[in-house]
Design a binder for this molecule. Structure first.
Ligand code: SAH
Ligand code: SF4
Length: 437
């Protein structure tokens, strides 16, 4: 989501005459796009600002901005805590960037240092601005994100998102289809629909749900692959499950976070589903699409988590077998109910549980990658790899695939989907060769 937001900021800024550069030393403006989800992410902002300090000292005209959810949560406080910051603005205000910059410039012309804080929540306006600004991708990537839903009403007891991103709002079908058409016309062939609870998406006028939207997008010429993230188990419906069996463009990969395998912990987290309901969902998906690869997020050490609760998570992991997963130590976040619980788990217990869980998840990921050895997979070629003579792309299961090809073919391959024979399986990626010579 932040990658998408950063791209939209870059697009908004290109209208104001800015272009991306590779290093902060070469920049007239640096914007940190921040995440507030865990303490570690939030604290990183201040260490990054520390690294920018010498640049600002060398060039007083440099504009330093902080965007994203830390900006949203701290607002004015950040202006006081970080004197070098010129603008602090939340996720709902990116389309105002050109205006903010002219305000800063106007102040400078008058010899004043203007410092801006923009943290209002005009959700309707945000989609309006998204819709009004035509997409002009600043990269030639064949894949793109499209926001369809913003915010969250779920209030899981550990999570800051409902406070930083506001209530759930869905974007209108026609606007999404227009954006997808514009992207397809620019050579994009894979679209990932984004939303904090993407499967809660619903067109307010027509009642269309996500399966219908995916069906509409599948009709667009040039769009070959569709993905969506992140789904909440509670918002899953039969039609979306069934779509995985009949919408050929929908990729067989689903990110469906479960957080914990223990019913008492799921309840305390306010996830509003049980372990059994989650496992039933997984079975239903695999029934619709046998080769579906699953991924999830996990939190270990939620307040009150016992050894037995943690074992239940390990047991669920064994039962599902994930192709990929993200796992975190519980991080108490200001203002959330779980942070006020008294039965917090010791940091060293969290660390031990996380290590055990990650070892198991890594084993599963490697096993999943190994299963693909000697098979032929359709790979969407995206860009040159870091290694010479290799291009990288993605399998249907979102695995990065590195393929040896002569450099003169690189340009012609970007955005094409070609069969690749998998010859190497690694921890986080595959390698292979073009299957048709
Ligand atoms: N809407 C998505 C998750 C968005 S946040 C969902 O409900 O699945 C992304 C992930 O960050 C969450 O799935 C969770 O695993 C993790 N996370 C959120 N708050 C956290 C916290 N306080 N401590 C540790 N991990 C957290
Ligand atoms: Fe956070 Fe829960 Fe909403 Fe996901 S569903 S964003 S974890 S509150």
């Amino acid at each position: 989501m932040n990658v998408y937001d950063s791209e939209r900021m870059a697009e908004a800024l290109s209208v104001a005459g800015y272009q991306p550069v590779d290093v902060p030393e070469a920049a007239d403006m640096v914007i940190l796009n921040t995440c507030h989800i865990r303490e570690k992410a939030a604290e990183k902002v201040y260490s990054e600002l520390g690294r920018l300090k010498p640049l600002k000292q060398a060039n007083a005209d440099m504009i330093i901005g902080v965007a994203g959810c830390v900006a949203q949560a701290e607002g004015e406080e950040m202006i006081h805590r970080a004197p070098l910051v010129d603008m602090v603005f939340g996720p709902q205000t990116y389309q105002q960037l050109p205006d903010m910059i002219s305000d800063l410039d106007a102040g400078r012309r008058d010899g004043d240092r203007v410092r801006l804080v923009r943290t209002e929540f005009p959700a309707e306006e945000k989609f309006a601005a998204l819709n009004a600004a035509p997409r002009r991708p600043i990269t030639r990537a064949p894949t793109a994100f499209v926001t369809v839903q913003e915010g969250c009403d779920k209030f899981c007891t550990f999570c800051v998102v409902p406070y930083t991103r506001g209530a759930e709002v869905s974007r209108a079908t026609a606007d999404i289809v227009d954006e997808a058409n514009a992207l397809a016309a620019q050579g994009v062939c894979e679209i990932t629909l984004l939303g904090q609870n993407v499967n809660a998406w619903q067109d307010r006028e027509t009642g269309l749900r996500l399966d219908g939207l995916l069906e509409a997008l599948a009709q667009i010429e040039g769009i070959e692959r569709l993905r969506f993230t992140t789904s909440h188990p509670r918002d899953m419906d039969a039609a979306l499950i069934a779509a995985h069996g009949h919408n050929d463009k929908l990729m067989p990969y689903l990110h469906l976070p479960v957080q914990s395998g223990s019913d008492p912990i799921l309840k305390a987290m306010n996830r509003r589903h049980t372990r059994a309901q989650y496992l039933d969902l997984v079975a239903a998906f695999r029934n619709a699409r046998a080769d579906l690869a699953l991924s999830s997020d996990f939190i270990v050490g939620f307040p009150g988590e016992t050894d037995a609760d943690f074992d239940a998570t390990m047991d669920l992991v064994a039962a599902v077998s994930y192709a990929q997963a993200f796992s975190f130590k519980y991080s108490p976040r200001p203002g959330t109910p779980a942070a006020a619980e008294e039965n917090q788990v010791d940091e060293d217990i969290k660390a031990r549980r996380l290590a055990r869980l990650q070892a198991r998840l890594n084993e599963q990921q490697e096993a999943f990658n190994r299963e693909k050895l000697e098979t032929v997979l359709p790979v969407l070629f995206e860009k040159p790899s870091r290694q010479a003579d290799q291009m990288s792309g993605r399998s249907p299961y979102l695995q990065p695939v590195h393929v040896r090809v002569a450099e003169q073919h690189f340009d012609a391959l970007v955005g094409r989907i070609l069969p690749v024979r998998i010859t190497g399986a690694h921890a986080n990626s595959l390698s292979g060769e073009l299957a048709d010579g």
